[in-house]
Structures are given as C-alpha cells and as structure tokens.
Design a protein around this ligand. Sequence first.
Ligand code: NAD
Ligand code: MG
Length: 379
Amino acid sequence: MRDVIVLGSTGSIGRQTLSVCRNLGYRVTAIAAGSNVELMEQQIREFRPLIAAVADESKAADLKMRVDDTGTKVLSGENGICEAAVCRYGDIVLSAIVGIAGLRPTAEAIKSKKDIALANKETLVTAGHIIMPMAKEYGVKILPVDSEHSAVFQSLTGNKNNKIKSIILTASGGPFFGYGKEQLRNVTVSQALKHPSWSMGAKITIDSATMMNKGLEIIEAAHLFDVDVDDIQVVIHRESILHSAVEYEDNSVIGQMGVPDMRTAIQYAFTYPKRCASEVKRLNFAELGKMTFYAPDDSVFPAMSLCREAFKRGGNAPAVLNGANEAAVGLFLNGKIGFTDITKAVKDTLYNINFKSADTIEAVLEADKEARSYVSDLG
Ligand code: NAD
Ligand code: MG
C-alpha cells in the first residue's frame, strides 16, 4: 500500500498513473493539475484525495463548488500546487506536470522527504545539478518514469559495481523519420501531433517530432545516472519495444523490453525493487516479427546536438534551451511559426543569451524567463 500524490493528474501520464493506482489499490492523497476542473471533479469523486490543487486561479471557485460535498480541500495557484506536493499523507510524488512548471513543486516535495517518481523531465534538464544533490541531502529516491530512463534504471539493477561503457537511449524517430530538410519545412501541426507509437501530451509529442525530446532525455540521463553525455548514444528504433539499454565493459548490452505502455514505468517506480502483475499487454515476439534500428540524422534534426552542447556549457544554458523550446513549441502549436523554426529559435536563444551560472532554483527560473521573452520577440 502506498499513499500517492499525483502532480499533473489530468494529463496523459497523470491519468495513466491513476489507472495504476486503481489497479494496485493505492490511496491517492493529493492531486494537482492546470485547469481541467471537470476531470478533476471525477478524479476527486473516485479517489477522495485530501487536497486538490488547480493552477488556474480563475477555476478554483468552480472546482470548490463542484466538490463541496466531498471533504477535499481545494487550493489554487503555484502555492496551492506546492502545498499539494508536500501533503503530509503521501510517501511518493508522481511528478507529471508538463514543462518547467513542474520544477518548484518537485523541489518542494523533495524537501519534505518524499520519494519522487519523475516523469517531468524538464526538472532535471533545467536543474539536475541542483535537484540530484538535493535528493541526496534529503535522503529521497528519484525513480525515473520516462520510459527510456526506467529501462536504463532496470538494466542497471544488480550491476552496481560493474563499469558502464555507454547508455543506449532508443528513440522512435517520431512522425518525420526519414524526412529531408526541405520536406520538414512544410509539415503541419496535425502531422506533427501524430506520433507513431506513443499517445502523449501535445508538448512532448512535438518534442518527439523535432527530436528535442531525445536531446532533453540525454541531459536527463546524464544527471540521473551520472554518466558523461558523450557516453550516451541514441539509436532510432521504430517499434518502441526495446525501451533503452546499458552497455557494460564486456560489451554485453542489457536492455528492457515490453509493449509501449507508460504504465509499466509508472508501476515500476511505485513497486521498485519489486514487480507485480499489471494490466499492460504481454509482448509477443512472433507477432512483432522484427525490430529495426537506425542511426539518427543530426543534419536534419539538430536538436540533440544542441542539448549536448547546452549540457556541456552548464550554468543557465540547459534552462535557456528548455525555456526557449517550451516557448517555441507553444508558438508552433498556435500556428505562429513553422516546424523547423522551433529548433532554430532554440539555437538562436542559446547563442544569444549570456552565459551565467544558475546555482539556485530561482536562478534557473530566471534563465527560463529570459529565454521565453527572447523567443516571444521572434514569434
Ligand atoms: P500533458 O500535457 O498530457 O499533461 C500535463 C499535466 O500538467 C496536466 O495535468 C496539466 O493540467 C498539468 N499542468 C500544466 N501546466 C500546469 C501548471 N502550471 N501547474 C500545474 N499543473 C499543470 O503532458 P504529459 O504527456 O502527461 O507529460 C507530462 C510530463 O511527463 C512531461 O514533462 C513529459 O515530458 C513527461 N513524459 C510524458 C510521457 C508520456 O507518455 N506522456 C512520457 C515520458 C515523459
Ligand atoms: Mg521518453
């Protein structure tokens, strides 16, 4: 039995998390989300959390009215989200708010000594250098939920004293795998939102199409597993069955496989180091037939090299890159810029904002703001 706090409960990961909690019979003690109060009401009626926090202040009164008879305390705004994150009845926080908005609540949860099941990769991308030592200081576990990082985490089990040669992150390649530069220029929002193997929120789906998602995951892996970015390889694997792998000193490669379903990673973060029965479909190799692998094309999708570069620069650079990307993805989704302009805007921002150190959460958020305002001037 676990008491779970779900941040981002109305999103793709949040909803799948609640389904895992339902299946395992876990209590959900607090939920937090952006603005979908209709869905929050349903979640409150089913799980009866102590706290429900909605980021959009203008929706708080509506939510309060809807659930007045339930005994759930309704909070709002960023402070309300942070209060949900530290709810005293909660031993693990599933962090699945999208974007840097997840950073502060995740940091607060760590300070209140709760283990973190981390889906929100932007937390480590922008502030891994602060968050990882913070988790150590407060004695909490960061359990990866991103499928690749869960796979690496699982492939590291039992190999504590063995030397790692490389980490191999797999990438689906997104909807535009095999496209040339010219073809990419004219792709539409609805084409970019059609992911071949995963159904996810809009922002990460666009990130998968630009390959920025894989770049962010390189940074995330470097922090989580304390490996050099140059020892993190990426290989395109269209079927999304091998979720990632670790290459050891003897050239053995240990990976984790399964059908593409985020509930596997979510559940493992909850039950680690144990495994238990799940609703996820079994993998049938004969039905699958084949698995294919290709090298990524950095000349068409330069996002990954920008991410490696930002990580090597350190300081404010990863937060600037991430903030620029969030803003540019927003502009693309609103039809203000083209698809290839996203990565171009990220590059311009990264090269034009002065390098600074960013040793506190406040400094990271400042870098994020600076990057967003730079990009909004481009849109
Ligand atoms: P989503 O857009 O479906 O859901 C985002 C959630 O965050 C929603 O509940 C939304 O209401 C909430 N939210 C947005 N802004 C907020 C704010 N300011 N304050 C509080 N809540 C806010 O996104 P998703 O696909 O579920 O992804 C969530 C995170 O998990 C992202 O960081 C993503 O990179 C990561 N992730 C997702 C997947 C996936 O399969 N969907 C896989 C790996 C990692
Ligand atoms: Mg992933």
